[in-house]
Design a protein around this ligand. Structure first.
Ligand code: GDP
Length: 319
């Protein structure tokens, strides 16, 4: 594909919006090995949902490059019970940051979407061309609609004003900094927490939501950060790019993998009153591969690292 470019981060002020989140904190870690100045803003300094606060902060700090890793995010339960927050917060954040980036002349901006933008029954693995070809998965359509609007904003500002704004669509993530909250979080963190607790408490079984049959793909979050920095430097075009591994696993197999890395010998039961969500979600990552990037961390290593991080994190003993 055309669009290979070279944007240098050297000597630049680079704002990571959402630096406290799982993806944002990994981007900050990855940027330590670039010769740039990393800018971050806490929520008490700038509420990204408020246009005036975003404008004032960006006009004062004048970032050259921006990663939009900020957003209201969560797992299948959070998405289906807090639709207004998932839609409004994410629309407001992306509209405020993208428009202000254009106004102040940001050189390069990368918007992070999500694999849930694709139709529920999109042919698998999902290519970028599947966008807007069918109905969305109802459990996360609010978040998906907001993320689709974010992609379109980047494309519109590129078309109308020539802004160098690009978008990346990461698959499900695993690794340090995940939301370890059983109600609000995603399956990777939930399985790690549940299996760890069951091991400590000597419980013979762990309950899993749904049938265990859905298939998901998982990318190690530090691999994601590496791919995003790679795109920032080497990609400049209107189409967004999938970021993933291109391989998937069933929730049941995943539970067994987590049991293995945690040394848990019990078994799993399935709560079929909880939703399965999409039957299968796996990305086609040919575009990213053709640009020259592939994921490095294996599924087992990813979950082993995430498990270790969870067990060793500060305050772990209090959980
Ligand atoms: P999704 O990828 O948007 O569906 O979001 P999740 O990561 O929350 O869920 C992925 C799949 O894992 C769904 O089929 C869930 O039903 C299943 N799952 C199994 N156990 C759990 C759990 O304890 N928490 C969550 N969040 N999902 C679970």
């Amino acid at each position: 594909m055309g669009a290979a470019t070279s944007y240098s981060l050297g000597g630049k002020r680079v704002w990571v919006a959402g630096h406290r989140g799982m993806a944002g904190s990994a981007i900050v870690r990855r940027l330590q090995s670039e010769a740039c100045e990393v800018l971050v803003a806490t929520r008490s300094e700038v509420d990204l949902r408020r246009q005036g606060e975003v404008e004032a902060w960006m006009e004062r700090t004048r970032p050259h490059a921006v990663f939009i890793a900020a957003g209201t995010v969560g797992g299948i339960f959070a998405n289906s019970t807090r639709p207004a927050e998932f839609l409004y917060d994410n629309l407001a954040i992306e509209a405020n940051v993208i428009h202000t980036a254009h106004k102040i002349g940001v050189e390069k901006l990368l918007f992070l979407g999500s694999s849930c933008i694709y139709p529920r029954l999109a042919p698998q693995p999902m290519t970028e061309e599947q966008l807007l070809t069918g109905p969305l998965e109802p459990t996360n359509e609010w978040y998906a609609i907001a993320k689709i609007a974010g992609i379109k904003l980047c494309q519109a500002y590129r078309r109308q004003y020539g802004a160098d704004f690009i978008s990346a669509m990461p698959t499900n993530l695993v690794g340090p900094g995940d939301n370890f909250d059983l109600q609000q979080g995603h399956v990777a963190a939930a399985l790690i927490m549940k299996v760890h607790r069951a091991g400590i408490e000597g419980l013979p079984t762990v309950e899993i939501w749904g049938s265990g049959a859905p298939r998901r793909e998982f990318l190690y979050v530090d691999d994601l950060a590496d791919a995003l920095v790679f795109m920032m430097k080497h990609y400049s075009d209107e189409p967004f790019i999938n970021i993933g591994t291109g391989t998937d696993t069933s929730i049941r197999e995943l539970a067994e993998l987590v049991a293995k890395v945690a040394g848990y010998r019990g078994s799993f039961t399935y709560d079929r009153t909880k939703p399965d969500g999409s039957p299968r979600k796996v990305m086609n990552v040919d575009k990213l591969r053709s640009l020259g990037w592939v994921a490095r961390t294996s599924l087992e290593e990813s979950f082993a690292n995430a498990y270790r991080w969870y067990v060793e994190r500060p305050g772990a003993g209090l959980a």
